[in-house]
Design a protein around this ligand. Structure first.
Ligand code: UD1
Length: 428
């Protein structure tokens, strides 16, 4: 896989902080759109799915290996991925891939819909509290699948799935996606109520429509999918990564510089841009470019993570990093995941003042941070520690970087192009 495979080995980043980041970066395709859309290819028989804008990331390679294990043939070059799916595929996903990435669970719905049986070892991925699959499984059961949990794996068995009315207890992104895909080959109509409204859901819906599945209502809380017997080849595009874009904008803000992200519609970033503005950041939007610049000292704000269109939990650690240096107090409520505030212990090592009360972090702004050694516990926490290192005095060594390569293509090159002084160290 070239660059990212090598980078997977780079485990530490030395950041020489205190330099303002300035300039423009191009935004990659969204990891969280590409993963479910790749999984949707499982629905095809003897057909091809062509995707443009696929980011070259570790998680994408994991999904690629998973699909190849099932029997697909995949070529991936310059962000174009071509997935050829044969008439017959395997229906069991391998434990070593599934353990690496929670998004492997996105194979479950399409596999059972297409093969009548699917086996999924219980997945891994970032440690973000307990991340059960109960909504996925309840939804599939409602469509007629028999679910069995045994020996650390889920087996779903069904004849042809049947359309159903499913109401999610929470607008889970993954459950919405899994059920949309399963419904595409089910008999009859499926309604998913309290569905997730993320732009990545609409991207999947668009690709399913291109494959011949009538999907309606994506972007609203009710999604309707009319099942078909067979889908066909299609070609489509992955939307830009709003989480990557937010991370670079915040890298500009935290270093008192000014970063422009290119190739992303501002409309899918409203919550983040609004919060940055409230904190005193100047946001300038022109066509598909967004520029963030500090107009003066930053002010503390209250942030609550919520399902889209609310403030994304995947940018909460980066926003917290920015707020550690704001004037006054900020209050950050994490309401999507139950233990996604553990990074505050690492933040404190750099001099941040943060207190944790249940799922609420109270951040008291400090004037400066001092570099030291910190460890990243997950993908976005790792990105946030890099931002803190960029703002801190002296040097920061960010360790356990393997998480970060799962989400940011060309991170080192992009940061350096903005003026960051960073070195990568491989594991001995
Ligand atoms: C996706 C994103 C992840 C993001 C998250 C929330 C991908 C590949 N990953 O993850 O980056 O942080 O959305 O925006 O797109 N839950 C249950 N039971 C279930 C499913 C979920 O209780 O069956 C809970 C989870 O524990 C969590 C909440 O629902 O507290 C939201 O999770 P969900 O939206 O499903 O996240 P993912 O799809 O796993």
């Amino acid at each position: 896989m070239g660059m990212n495979e090598e980078r997977k080995l780079a485990d530490k980043m030395l950041v020489r902080g205190g330099k303002p980041l300035n300039g423009t970066v191009d935004i990659q395709g969204a990891k969280n759109a590409a993963l479910p859309i790749m999984a949707a290819s499982i629905l095809l028989r003897g057909q091809r799915l062509t995707l443009d804008g696929v980011p070259n990331l570790y998680d994408i390679q994991t999904m690629r290996r998973l699909l190849c294990h099932l029997g697909a043939e995949i070529s991936f070059d310059k962000h174009r991925m071509v997935i050829d799916v044969p008439e017959e595929i395997k229906c069991e996903t391998p434990v070593e891939l599934v353990r690496q990435m929670r998004a492997s669970s996105l194979a479950l719905g399409p596999l059972v819909a297409r093969c009548g049986r699917a086996l999924l070892p219980l997945p891994g991925g970032c440690v973000l509290g307990s991340r059960p699959l109960d909504f996925h499984l309840k939804g599939l059961a409602k469509m007629g699948a028999e679910i069995e949990l045994k020996g650390g794996a889920v087996t779903a068995t069904a004849g042809r799935l049947k359309g159903a009315n499913i109401t999610l207890d929470f607008p889970s992104v993954g459950a919405t996606e899994n059920l949309m895909m399963a419904a595409a080959l089910a008999e009859g109509v499926t309604f998913i109520e309290n569905a997730a409204k993320e732009p990545e859901i609409s991207n999947l819906a668009e690709i399913l429509r291109l494959m011949g599945a009538p999907v309606k209502g994506d972007g609203t809380e009710t999604i309707r999918v009319t099942g078909v017997e067979r889908l066909h080849s299609a070609a489509g595009e992955i939307i830009p990564d709003r989480i990557e874009a937010a991370t670079y904008l915040m890298a500009g803000v935290i270093t008192n510089g000014s970063v422009t992200v290119r190739g992303i519609p501002a409309g899918i970033m409203d919550a983040v841009l609004g919060k940055l503005q409230e904190a005193g950041v100047e946001i300038d939007i022109f066509n598909d470019e967004i520029c963030a610049k500090c107009a003066g000292p930053l002010k503390g704000v209250t942030v609550r993570t919520l399902p889209y269109p609310g403030f994304p939990t995947d940018t909460q650690p980066q926003m917290m990093a920015v707020l550690t240096l704001a004037d006054g107090t900020s209050v950050i409520h994490e309401s999507v995941f139950d233990s996604r505030l553990l990074h505050i212990n690492e933040f404190k090592k750099l001099g941040a003042k943060i207190e944790l009360q249940d799922n609420v972090a109270i951040v008291t702004g400090v004037k400066k941070l001092a570099g030291t050694e910190v460890h990243s516990s997950n993908l976005r926490a790792g990105a946030a520690l890099i931002l803190l290192g960029l703002a801190a005095e002296e040097e920061t060594l960010v360790c356990d970087l393997q998480h970060v390569w799962r989400g940011y293509e060309g991170l080192v090159e992009k940061l350096r192009s903005l003026g960051a002084e960073i070195e990568i160290e491989a594991v001995e």
